[in-house]
Structure formats: structure tokens, C-alpha cells
Design a binder for this molecule. Structure first.
Ligand SMILES: [Zn+2]
Length: 159
């Protein structure tokens, strides 16, 4: 997935270069790629920071993707949440308008993710806001499930 963003984002950045300028399209590209940094944060969080390497991280996300239809499956990725999008949008609009191309890149990333998740019937597998995450976690727990335990199992390769 990150590879798709690097490549697709790079292509669109090139197409936009006449409009955004070289600096602007570079910022756009940084925006599209930066969003997925939160995946590494989830990897650190689930693994309690004990494993740091990129190879185990990609293996973890492959297993996580395979487990996406499990009834207890629920994940939250910080930079993919509505709350983060609102905050970064407000910040850039009002405090750092020179970073607007970064924001277009972030929106473009969300658009690419939308189609990717749709194609894999996974649109609802990742919570899209902290509130949604909280409510859904409560629901899963109410029927005896445990998303955290499932994520730990995925991390350990036991799923
Ligand atoms: Zn993403």
C-alpha cells in the first residue's frame, strides 16, 4: 500500500508540477506518503515497541490485512482519522497556508485508500474516527470479543 502511495502520489505530483511548482508538487508527494507513517505507530503500539524493523512491520501488516474479516477485527490509524484530518486542515488553512500542497496530498492519499479499501471490501475494517473506534470497540467487547487481543495475536503471528 505504501508503495502505491509513493508511485501514484509521485505520478500525480509530476502531473501537478506545472500548477503547483516543483516545491509544491514535492510537498504534495510528502503529504501523500507521510499519512502512512501512522502504520508504523500502530505496529509499535501493538508490539509495545519491542520490535522495530521494517521487515517484521510489513509482515505484520500483511497478516493484519489477511485477518481483516475476523469478527473482532478493529484498528485505528492516527493520521487516517477524521479528527486528525480536521485538525491538520484547520492548522494548515489558518496557520501555515504555504503547506497547502501537503494537505492536497493528504486528501489524495485518503482518496486512494478509499478505492483500495472498497476493492478489498475493507471500508469498515479500520475505524475512521476516535469516536467510531471507541463505540465499535465497546460493541465488540459487549459480545465477548477483544480487538486488542486479536491485534496482539496478529502481531505474534498466531492468526
Ligand atoms: Zn493510508
Amino acid at each position: 500500500m505504501i508503495r502505491d502511495h509513493v508511485i501514484l502520489g509521485g505520478l500525480v505530483a509530476m502531473v501537478l508540477a506545472p500548477t503547483l511548482g516543483i516545491r509544491g508538487s514535492l510537498l504534495f508527494w510528502v503529504g501523500t506518503v507521510f499519512v502512512d507513517v501512522d502504520h508504523y505507530l500502530r505496529f509499535l503500539f501493538v508490539g509495545k515497541g519491542k520490535t522495530l524493523g521494517l521487515k517484521p512491520m510489513f509482515a505484520f501488516f500483511e497478516r493484519s490485512f489477511q485477518a481483516r474479516h475476523h469478527k473482532d477485527f478493529l484498528v485505528l490509524d492516527l493520521f487516517h482519522t477524521a479528527e486528525f484530518l480536521i485538525l491538520i486542515s484547520l492548522f494548515i488553512f489558518f496557520a501555515a497556508p504555504f503547506l497547502l500542497p501537503v494537505l492536497w496530498g493528504i486528501y489524495f492519499h485518503k482518496l486512494v485508500d478509499f478505492f483500495h479499501l472498497l476493492r478489498h471490501r475493507a471500508l469498515t475494517k479500520r475505524a475512521h474516527s476516535f469516536i467510531e473506534y471507541y463505540l465499535r470497540k465497546k460493541q465488540i467487547e459487549a459480545r465477548g470479543g477483544n480487538p486488542d487481543a486479536l491485534n496482539t495475536k496478529i502481531f505474534q503471528g498466531n492468526v
